[in-house]
Design a protein around this ligand. Sequence first.
Ligand code: SAH
Ligand code: SF4
Ligand code: F3S
Length: 483
Amino acid sequence: MGIVAESLKIISEEEKNSLDEPMVSVDEHNAGTRKLYIESYGCQMNFADSEIVASILRNEGFSTTSNQDEAELILLNTCAIRDNAEQKVRKRLSSLSPLKKNNPNVKIGVLGCMAERLKTKLLEEEKMVDMVVGPDSYRELPNLIAEVEEGHKAVNVFLSREETYADISPIRLDSNGVSAFISIMRGCDNMCSFCVVPYTRGRERSRDAYTIVNEAAGLFEQGYREVTLLGQNVDSYKWENADKTEKVNFARLLEKVALIHPELRVRFSTSHPKDITDEVIYTIKKYDNVCNYIHLPAQSGSTRILEMMNRTYDREWYINKIDRIREILGDKCGISQDMISGFCSETEEDHQDSLSLMDYVKFDYGYMFSYSERPGTPAAKKYADDVPEDVKKRRLNEIIAKQREHSHINNLKEIGKVHRVLIEGFSRKSEEELKGRTDQNKVVVFPKYNFRKGEYVNVLITACTTGTLIGEVVVEETDLQKL
Ligand code: SAH
Ligand code: SF4
Ligand code: F3S
């Protein structure tokens, strides 16, 4: 059976439920009486932003709910990365239309990247929307809500050069209580020709390093055991204190977070092949709790296409980075990719270059997409979107098939090895099984015994599927009572 997805992520079956599903806010019982329902689309950074929004609105007497019908304010935090991401939001808005008709007191706001991209046009096109708020304007939400309550439509899509929400303590909306995401920077200065993010998120800026370390330390105290440091291009993180006596780059930041506690795992995403440094790779090597896993989007294996994409590296540079990672970390380091099929003018030969790059690296998993032209981007202005849809899809399917093959081969290699796994909760199928992740970010499922989420456990891998490892717990004699 052929897969005819517009995009696909080869990850664990354990995560399939959440694939492409929006994140929905949880029920809070200890906060204000006004009810807020937030649904978040797109990347982890957007999810993290919704947690900032919930925190800002808590001060206005709002508590979050998972039930849209009891909310007085419904917010959709949107993504604009591909056309289908926006279509999904349009459909969702239409589905909210009857609710709004039945109860005109319900206010609907569109936040995030689609709000920023479309600005007031969104109010004209989607009549049920009361408020349009871009990613740097969330502190203005209380004023914007007040405007809406006075019967006006409200818009703020101002992009800032400074805003990092550094002082706001996010309210965890979708948390297993074990792993959390921390935004360390905002925006992107890279201008990859296909990408809308520089227009929706603005200029790159790094958050105060000490607020990041404090947030991570606070999470550890609350029982969290893993943090993922988030940015569009984490390797260009750069911060200095007010009197300019301390400069912190990404490697130094990783180290600061790693030093909080050896039992706190540290992950990060996304690395850009042009910016990841030896210093970062050596920091991964130096600290056991900095995970051996790098998400290193390639986008294409063809130097000609990479140049048109303005990725600022070529095939050889990418391969050299992979070689360097493996030289320093050995094959212990998990590596994943993003790949785009059918970018402007892509030939069969360019496509074969992408496949052969995958053969060279044998990525552990990947996020794969067919090219979707975004209005206003350099590619939309300069190049024709000239690869026919069916060719894009066929190439995407070939990329997906290859990734499946490699994911499976890599997982088979884990059989017989013991991994230290951080337990995240029950497996999707059964409350008799737990799931967790290895250092390399591979999902492992194993029998529960008396182990609990948030604990580390050694697991012997005995079997696998394309996306999941299956194992048996190995315990020290002193821990036999756990079995
Ligand atoms: N900052 C990250 C990526 C952020 S967007 C990086 O530089 O790698 C996530 C992924 O979406 C990208 O890596 C790319 O593979 C994909 N993507 C972005 N714009 C796209 C477009 N116009 N069409 C298809 N895929 C796109
Ligand atoms: Fe987009 Fe490129 Fe920035 Fe990633 S690095 S967010 S792909 S412009
Ligand atoms: Fe989408 Fe914006 Fe993230 S476009 S991928 S939500 S930065």
